[in-house]
Design a protein around this ligand. Structure first.
Ligand SMILES: [Zn+2]
Length: 577
């Protein structure tokens, strides 16, 4: 055997579906679909592109971005080591490959995720690259096709990875406004922040045969519910039955089907003149550098991080902490609660309605927890169901029509990790709220009052100004969840809490939060009246300037605010250690 001859094990591959031993070349000729059982093996992004686009039409878009490690994240390994290992093993710069190409002769921009690269996780670079791909589609006046494969957000980039859900969603919103088709193709697996944003808020959602998609993963749902999952849970065929996808497509038909969709939806309107690109606002600084906000503005107040992050997590979850209904009583007047999603449900974990703040009417929407076990159970611990997100969506749109500003109060461990929530389209419900907030033509002011947990929190927190109570937390994943994945076990939650940079002062420095609302020295639950007084003052000082901004300008500024998170890497080197 010469040194260039492939080794025996490289010639054969065992099918994950039926365990048949398959000749690798034959498997590849069959598009990596098992000829025995039809199992669709996972594809890397380069092979996926090769299969999908017209030969000779592929033009890769630039994928080189400066290095980033915005949190200096270290679990059992420093994050840069994990990145280097992923690059070495895949030969890719990041977990997505973007390109222009034609499919069946129709031009499109494609962004193809690669699960082999850190589980296809959505970090700042992935968000930036997909956003640039969407902007390229807008400039060229062609459809955008997103092939998703992801375990969710990239924990090592903390809440900045959560922000990518908004950054990419608003780029999709811009394509909607321009009348350009967006298509996502779910491949196995598509979970978490990707599922709850650009995988499901596109015009069309296709699922490759055998793909699974959901917001919460099956392991988490089994742990929380303590029950076995229904047959085929979160699989393409079941998603189709529950109305979550437009069609399920075999890999061998995918290229023809996409070509037919592009042909059928081809815009008949004249090509659009290129719009001036929205330049990202100046990026946030890395932790430890000077605050990004100019001196003299409220956000410039630099709160000393006096408390350990884990202690703050415990304060944020304190059962005595004021809830949304408490604030509606103490900060606002004349609350008129409005119920229902008009689709068959009224989620008790989300409350909303019209209220007065000083002499102005506002739409208030917030997560509702409770102080006693009975209250918490009745409110599902503040974990919204799809009906809750859809109620919030209805009230946001109503507010915009009536010219009312929206104030959101965020206090949730996360969205409901249950079987029925998934079946009712949890991911798409969150995704639609995030996208809608990026286009809502009325002021939006969000306050993280307790726990800002993941996509469930972001679904109420894409805002013109984001405030945070001093002892609230805001994170892409719970410290316990992060510890269970990146550390040997959940007992590392306190270390994970520190590494995630989830406290108000940290998030203010990262530019995710504009202003910290100080709590009384003993914390909110010890002096709710004083907390309410401070919150009211902060709401008024932040809301009043927004009322004078024309709606189109508000939306433009809001998008700039979230666009900069995609660009978070650019220039990150400047602050290298
Ligand atoms: Zn097989």
């Amino acid at each position: 055997m010469t040194s260039t001859a492939p080794r025996e094990e490289q010639l054969w591959s065992r099918c994950a579906g039926c365990a048949s031993l398959l000749y690798r070349k034959r498997l590849r000729r069959n598009l990596d679909v098992c000829p025995e059982c039809g199992e669709h093996a996972r594809l890397g992004a380069p092979e996926r592109l090769r299969q999908l686009v017209d030969p000779g039409s592929l033009r890769l878009l630039p994928n080189q971005l400066p290095e980033t490690d915005p949190l200096y994240f270290v679990d059992v390994l420093p994050y840069p080591h994990r990145l280097s290992a992923a690059r070495a093993s895949t030969g890719l710069a990041e977990a997505v490959v973007c390109a222009t190409a034609t499919i069946g002769g129709h031009p499109a921009v494609l962004a193809v995720m690669d699960f082999r690269f850190l589980g296809g996780s959505l970090g700042c670079a992935v968000g930036e690259l997909i956003t640039r791909a969407a902007e390229r589609a807008l400039d060229d006046g062609v459809p955008l096709i997103l092939i998703t494969a992801s375990g969710g957000a990239r924990m090592q980039e903390g809440v900045l990875s959560l922000m990518q859900m908004a950054t990419v969603s608003q780029a999709i919103a811009a394509l909607r406004e321009a009348g350009l088709l967006t298509v996502s193709v779910l491949t196995d697996p598509t979970y978490g922040g990707v599922a709850a944003s650009f995988a499901t808020n596109t015009d069309l959602v296709l699922a490759e045969s055998g793909a699974r998609m959901g917001f919460a993963g099956p392991r988490v749902i089994r742990q929380v519910t303590g029950r076995a999952l229904p047959e085929g849970f979160q699989s393409a065929d079941v998603l189709l039955r529950h109305g979550q996808v437009d069609m399920v497509v075999q890999r061998r038909s995918l290229r023809a089907r996409l070509g037919a969709l592009l042909a059928a939806t081809r815009a008949t309107r004249p090509a659009r003149a290129p719009v001036p690109r929205q330049e990202p606002a100046p990026r946030h600084e890395r932790l430890g550098e000077a605050a990004a906000t100019p001196a003299g503005t409220p956000g410039a107040v630099d709160y000393p991080a006096v408390r350990d992050a884990w202690d703050t997590v415990r304060l944020a979850r304190h059962p005595g902490r004021p809830t949304t209904l408490d604030y509606l009583d103490s900060v606002f007047d004349g609350f008129l609660e409005l119920h229902g999603d008009r689709l068959g449900g009224d989620c008790p974990a989300v409350v909303g309605g019209v209220a007065r703040l000083a002499d102005r009417h506002v739409m208030v929407i917030g997560h509702q927890k409770g102080h006693t076990t009975a209250e918490l159970v009745a409110r599902n611990f503040g974990m919204a169901s799809p009906a809750g997100h859809r109620k919030a969506l209805r009230l946001m749109r109503l507010a915009a029509r009536l010219g009312l500003p929206v104030v959101t109060l965020v206090d949730t461990p996360g969205a409901d990790p249950g079987v029925s929530a998934e079946e009712q389209g949890q991911a798409a419900a969150i995704a639609e709220n995030i996208l809608t907030l990026t286009v809502l033509p009325t002021p939006v002011l969000a306050v993280i009052t307790g726990e800002g947990g993941s996509g469930g929190a972001l679904a109420l927190a894409v805002a013109d100004r984001v405030l945070m109570l001093e002892n609230a937390v805001y994170s892409v994943i719970s410290p316990e969840g992060c510890a269970a994945i990146l550390w040997p076990d959940r007992s590392a939650a306190p270390q994970a809490a520190r590494a995630l940079r989830l406290t108000a002062p940290d998030l203010c420095r990262l530019g995710v939060v504009d202003e910290v609302v100080p709590e009384p020295s003993s914390a909110a639950h010890d002096d709710p009246a004083e907390t309410a007084r401070r919150l009211r003052a902060a709401l008024l000082s932040n809301l009043l300037p927004l009322l004078d901004v024309p709606p189109a300008m508000l939306v433009r500024l809001r998008r700039q605010r979230f666009r900069r998170f995609g660009a978070a890497r650019a220039g990150a080197r400047a602050g290298a250690r």
